[in-house]
Design a protein around this ligand. Structure first.
Ligand code: TRP
Length: 372
């Protein structure tokens, strides 16, 4: 693969992602320092402060409305194709923080239909199993059940279908082809699917009978779906949903072919497996200790460093020290990995306990509003 070749679509993320190029390719906007100041509590938020969530659509409009007393709700989701890894949880953790910052209602869509349609090898039983599994990880992050509802597409379709129909009537096959690269051989379920992912962006407006702004935190790979959603919104009399886009946590195997799924740490991995993954991780290090002491290493391309930056080292000063010590050659990769390992194991130990407890409260998150 060419050095500056990368792919970011809702179905595939690979290569060394140039996040600045995505902003111009997709036509989104950066979250500027001025805009950041208007988000209450942003300086205390790791993801915003470090530009992990770095791009947006219409965030200014949303905040302006919020300042005028017009509340919004949050919507995000997960395509349950497998277990949950750390990279999946980043936007969920951020969403929980947003929910706390703004005290808003949240819909979490689990697109078991999507994964069934798009992944040749998956059966509905597989996606069903993954749905329950992923749900536990989501709930374990501490969402307030009185403000959070999980929508499982195949179970809760009655709440989505009318909205999805209205959306689908406004999206042509040529738009779907242009946005998603569909071909004549694509199954027809996949072609319809984006209207299902659009539906929760309008669900509060439908239920309340009045327009309610919606903010969608998501990985920037999901932006193509919501470009369609946003184009259709005014045609149906809804507000366009605002978006806040995040970067993807790089896989530990690193290199040009890395994707977030490769050598990722799953919540069901044993300590032994986690240890293996961390200690075998790709790094920005040199071939020999002698060289590294002399020349220093490169944290900018190092997934171990990125794991600190994206999630596991909340202290900015310590993160900076890791960066400079890596650059100067004072810090070697072995030590750095061991340090990361202990942070990951601590995180997972706490997460596993919360995940067990989540099993008892799953039903509190069921979406059972009256069908419109
Ligand atoms: N398509 C997403 C995935 O594959 C799942 C999803 C549905 C989603 N609705 C969303 C993600 C809203 C972010 C925001 O994971």
């Amino acid at each position: 693969m060419d050095k500056d070749e990368f792919t970011v679509t809702p179905w595939e993320v690979k290569g060394e992602i140039d996040y600045d190029r995505l902003v111009s390719l997709f036509g989104t906007s950066y979250i500027t320092p001025e805009l950041l100041k208007r988000i209450p509590g942003s300086s205390g938020n790791l993801f915003l402060r470090r530009k992990i969530f770095y791009s947006h659509r219409d965030l200014e409009w949303l905040l302006e409305n919020h300042e005028k007393g017009k509340s919004f709700y949050l919507y995000t989701g997960r395509g349950p194709s497998s277990g949950t890894h750390l990279g999946h949880m980043l936007p969920w953790i951020f969403t929980r923080q947003l929910q706390e910052m703004f005290g808003t209602q949240l819909y979490f869509q689990m697109t078991d239909d999507e994964k069934f349609l798009f992944k040749e090898q998956l059966t509905l039983e597989d996606t069903n199993r993954a749905t329950y599994d992923n749900m536990l990880d989501f709930i374990a992050l501490g969402f307030d059940p009185s403000k959070t509802k999980i929508i499982v597409d195949t179970r809760d379709i009655a709440h989505l279908y009318k909205i999805a129909l209205k959306v689908s009537k406004k999206v042509t096959f040529s738009t779907a082809k242009a946005v998603f690269g569909f071909k004549n051989s694509t199954n027809i379920g996949s072609i319809f699917y984006t209207s299902i992912q659009s539906a929760p962006a309008f669900i509060e407006s439908e239920m309340r009978g009045t327009n309610v702004p919606c903010l969608i935190p998501c990985g920037i790979d999901q932006d193509p779906h919501f470009r369609v959603t946003r184009d259709v919104a005014p045609l149906l009399g809804y507000y366009k949903p605002a978006l806040i886009h995040g970067k993807m946590l790089p896989g530990l195997s690193g290199g040009k072919m890395s994707s977030s799924g490769e050598a990722a740490i799953y919540t069901t991995d044993s300590d032994e497996v986690i240890k293996k993954k961390v200690m075998n991780a790709f790094t920005g290090g040199r071939a020999t200790v002698e060289e590294q002491r002399r020349l220093g290493a490169n944290p900018d391309i190092c997934p171990v460093y990125h794991h600190y930056e994206f999630l596991l080292e909340p202290d900015d000063d310590k993160l900076k020290k890791t960066y400079t010590d890596c650059r100067s050659g004072a810090l070697l990769c072995g030590e750095c990995k061991l340090n990361l390992l202990s942070k990951v194991l601590n995180f997972m130990k706490a997460h596993r306990e919360k995940r067990e407890k989540a099993k008892e409260i799953v039903s509190d998150f069921v979406f059972n509003a009256k069908v419109m």
